[in-house]
Design a binder for this molecule. Sequence first.
Ligand code: ZN
Length: 399
Amino acid sequence: MLSKTIEVPRTKQLDRLIGKIGDKKEGPTVFFFGGIHGNEMAGVKALDLVFEQLGTETVSIQGNMLGIRGNLPAQIQGKRFIDQDLNRMWTKKNIAEILSKQTSTQNAEEKELFEIYQLVSNCVETHSPPFYFIDLHTTSSKTLPFITINDAMINRSFSSLFPVPIVLGIEEYLEGPLLSHMNQEGYVSLGFESGQHVEESAIDNAVAFIWLVLTYTGVVVPIDHSFKKVYFEQLKNAAQGISDFYEVLHRHALEESDNFQMLPGFESFKEIEKGTLLARHNKKKISTEKDSMLFMPLYQKQGEEGFFLIKQIPIWALKLSKFLRRMRFDNFLTLLPGIRWKDSKKESLEVNVKIARFYAKAIFHLLGYRNHAIDKNHIIMQNRERKAKNSMYTNEWWF
Ligand SMILES: [Zn+2]
């Protein structure tokens, strides 16, 4: 008898699609992702539950919802990733490279990206706008549930509907998260971190969040509106009434071979005093240089960030930036020395740091720019606002 090894297609073990509703023809269309990190299963479980509930709740469905499973092989092994972090691969250049590669030479996550990319592209072609992208995650530390967004007004407006803290600007520190790609395409895209990996409440919070997204986008219209209030209150309680905007100030970067150990007991959104000992990094003691707020301290082996520091954005700054962006104030920036448009579509600015060093980063942030260093003397400021497909959302009630 011939012995043969049978390669079971991964889709036989886990389906890429958790579920979908809607007849495609009428929008909106909401994409939910769960388990892009394979050890973060609360989102997948929550999506499963919501699809089940959708069959029993009295709702009318007026759009489309797709639940997409993220990193399948990593989910099977209960790991963040197998070969590389699937949530750090979605740059234009990298996607193009992976799409042109032969499947046999792709590593585990390149295969995953390839499949997810094809699925999403197909669905965007065949479904109706407006489109929303929601990526569900959990953290290794204790945390309030929170939203992360790239700083475009469409994202700010939509995310401010939810009673949880909102963290802006993490894209400046991370290369290639899935949602940055969706933002490049101009769509509303939110990351939702529902709690700590293993906590039961992380699933409950994700369920509440998914239901609120479905009702706010108008994909489902509840016959009985009381459940919307129940989910809103549940999230509000879980977030301890905090629903302010925060900005990332600092990322503590890790190399793969580093030995990093966070001291026990730290949580996201906790104030920490100057001089607090936070971690040991390659035997060096790491403490805070000023009073700050801690964000996503790392309590697992895999990860490229030890922790972040954040600060609350004052209301006046939020209002001012909205005003300046509406009047396209950034058109005047290129009148200043050391600043010029990088491309003809005016989507990014090239800033000569040597000449323009005194223009504070804060001004660029107000106007919707996030930076990316190209060399010692130049940074590229990418504008989130000019990429955003605002016209897709102008008729939506929340915009
Ligand atoms: Zn994650």
